[in-house]
Design a protein around this ligand. Structure first.
Ligand SMILES: *Cc1c(COP(=O)(O)O)cnc(C)c1O
Length: 425
């Protein structure tokens, strides 16, 4: 097992190196040289295994010995140490709730796994690892929480002062320890404009390994297979349909990988919002990204989804083959809001806007199945506005309010932020 670049112009690497590199130099994405068939244990004994055991069996061949088994089992146990319930919404649709992690979104799972892998493999290097992440609120929070207290890694988070929600700010600024949070006087774009050159800073990188730990890292992508196994384990249906609210298409790509490896999933539905480059490709075969459109399901506002190449890779680009197990649909903001209201009034279940996109697409397909509920509704102000009632806030998040805020206010100044990075070396 090795990893090649989907652009085919970068050298093959092992798992550890792929985790350290994040992205190959040719700007492709790493992809495993083979899709290992799932073990007998997973194929026939799924219902008897714990979530930690399932995670370990699924990921082991991909890690291919680069992390020792007992270490890997520990990482898996920590990664899935959260509630992942399958909740019945109505007779036809259940929701796999992936939002019970520290930042209330499914990205917690991949971020936790990656942070621990990166911690393990970077300790073997002579250079220290520093993760630099600019965030508009959400993804950075999952990365920061994932890396919190991970040995051998320092984390620097940049967020735009006054431009993230109260809950997001609490999640970003109350960690402390190895996480340094910079509250920048500027916009998210300013944060990115500072982070990007730092990541490419040749002088710094002779002394320290700098990484963005971004979402295309194989150690964030591959563990997203886990919860498809959990869904099948809990489902009464032998080969359920699973509907995935999609933006960058990492989540769906991981589900398809699990299916290719032998997990019994009957069908996938890729649910997009108005950013519908993939549904249009399904219809026409033309891949034509347009400008990003802002929607209610804003974590899916992606014009050119990077993980789509991983999906194409699994089908040799053959649209006909792909369509045998995947269909695609788009859902407008009006439909999203109407779905949230209809489902709430009929069943009492509060969908977040991303889950609502999935619900609508699955419902319209006429199939029974499972939606992935990717974020807690309390994270979005729109939910209260649309439903006229405020969603419950989990105790874990309410308690954050009593923690001390530790962040450093910084002006929009590249040199100053670089100084702060230098101090961490
Ligand atoms: C990131 C995200 C998505 C989209 O997942 P992809 O893997 O990028 O397709 C959906 N919902 C929420 C809440 C997200 O944060």
């Amino acid at each position: 097992m090795y990893y090649f670049s989907t652009n085919k112009r970068s050298p093959h690497v092992g798992f550890a190196q792929a985790v350290l590199n994040g992205q190959p130099a040719d700007r492709g994405l790493y992809f495993p040289s083979q899709i290992p068939h799932i073990s007998r244990n997973l194929a026939t004994g799924l219902k008897k295994l714990s979530n930690a055991e399932i995670a370990f069996e699924v990921i082991r061949p991909y890690v291919n010995g680069d992390i020792a088994d007992d270490d890997l089992l520990e990482i898996c146990a920590e990664t899935v140490d959260l509630e992942i319930p399958l909740i019945t919404i109505d007779e036809k649709i259940t929701a796999l709730e992936l939002f019970h992690g520290p930042t209330l979104a499914f990205k917690d799972i991949g971020a936790r796994f990656m942070s621990r892998c990166l911690g393990r493999v970077s300790r073997r290097q002579s250079r220290k690892t520093i993760v630099i992440a600019a965030t508009s609120g959400d993804t950075g929070g999952a990365v920061a929480a994932g890396f919190h207290n991970v040995d051998g890694v320092e984390v620097i988070i940049l967020y735009p002062k006054g431009r993230v929600s109260r809950i997001q700010e609490l999640q970003l600024t109350t960690l402390g320890g190895n996480v340094t949070t910079l509250e920048l006087h500027g916009t998210f774009d300013d944060c990115q404009a500072i982070a990007k050159p730092l990541l490419a800073d040749d002088t710094l990188s002779t002394q320290v390994h700098l990484t963005s730990a971004n979402s295309i890292n194989v150690a964030r992508w591959l563990p997203q297979q886990f919860y498809y196994f959990f869904a099948v384990k809990m489902s009464e249906d032998k080969d359920p349909t699973i509907c995935v609210p999609s933006g960058n298409f990492g989540n769906l790509a991981a589900g398809i990988l699990a299916e290719r490896a032998g997990l019994r999933i009957g069908h996938f539905i890729a649910a997009s919002n108005a950013n519908d480059v993939v549904p249009r490709w399904f219809e026409s075969g033309q891949y034509q990204p347009r400008d990003t459109i802002e929607t209610l399901s804003n974590a899916m506002d992606v014009a050119a989804p990077s993980n789509f190449v991983r999906i194409l890779e699994m089908f040799g680009g053959d649209r006909k083959e792909l369509k045998k197990i995947v269909s695609a649909d788009r859902v407008s903001d009006e439909e999203t809001a109407a779905t949230m209201i209809e489902v709430y009034e009929r069943t009492g279940y509060v969908l977040d806007p991303h889950g609502a996109v999935a619900y609508k697409a699955l419902n319209d397909s006429g199939r029974k199945g499972i939606i992935l509920e990717t974020a807690h509704p309390c994270k979005f102000d729109s939910v209260g506005e649309i439903l006229g009632v405020e969603p419950d806030v989990p105790v874990s998040v309410r308690d954050l309010g009593s923690n001390k805020k530790v962040s450093i206010e910084v002006p929009n100044d590249h040199h100053l932020v670089r100084e702060i990075v230098m101090q961490k070396i």
